[in-house]
Ligand binder design. Sequence first.
Ligand code: ADP
Ligand code: 5GP
Length: 191
Amino acid sequence: MDGKLIIFSAPSGAGKTTIVRHLLTKYGDKIAFSISASTRAPRDGEVNGRDYYFISQAEFLHRIAKKEFIEFEEVYAGTFYGTLRTEVDRIWASGKHVIFDIDVEGGLHLKRKFGDRALAVFVQPPSLEVLKQRLYGRGTDSDEKLTERVAKAEKELGYAGQFDVILHNDDLDVACREAERLMLDFIEKKD
Ligand code: ADP
Ligand code: 5GP
C-alpha cells in the first residue's frame, strides 16, 4: 500500500480537531493520527503520547538540530509545534494513511512536500465572529492566548484558496459527513 496524507488545517477554533477525531473514531482501521511534538503545556484531559508529545523547548531545539522534523513552526511566540518523521513512517508501516491536525502554514508546507500523495483540506468557519465564539466557548485559553489566536486567524483565513479543498464547518454533522466523503474518495483513488 502507498501511504497517503490527509491534512486538516484551519485557524484555531474552526473545528479541525473535532472533525479529525470524528474521522479517527469511525475509520481507525484506515487512518492514524500524526501525533505532533509541542512545547506548550498540556490542557486538562490531554495525554502525552496521545494528543501531543509534550516536550521542553531545549528538547525541541535538539530534535530540530538532529533533523527529526518533516516540518516545524513557532506557531505562537515561544511555542513550537512539529511533525516528526518517525510518526509518518510508523503509521505507513502499519498499513494506514496519516491524518494531520496542523496549522495553515504547516499544512501547506506538507502539501508542497508530498504533492499528489497529500490531500490538503482547509476547514472554513462561517465567519470570524463565529470562530471567536467557538474559541471562547471552548474555554481552554487565557485572554492573552485568545487574542493571539484571533489575530493569527484573521491572517490564516486568507490562505484558504491555496488548499486542495475548502470544507465549510457550519453545521458540524454536515461537515463531518463531507469530511468522510473527501477522505474516502481520496484514499480509494488509484494513482
Ligand atoms: P480547532 O481544532 O480548529 O482549534 P476545535 O475542534 O477545538 O477547533 O473546535 C473549537 C470549538 O468549537 C470546540 O469547542 C468545538 O466543540 C466547537 N465546534 C466545532 N465545530 C463546531 C460547529 N460546527 N458548530 C458549533 N461548534 C463547533
Ligand atoms: P493547539 O495549541 O490549539 O493544540 O494547536 C495550535 C495550532 O498548532 C493548531 O492550529 C494546530 O493545528 C497546530 N499544530 C499542531 N501540531 C502541529 C505541527 O506538527 N505542525 C504545525 N505546523 N502546526 C501544528
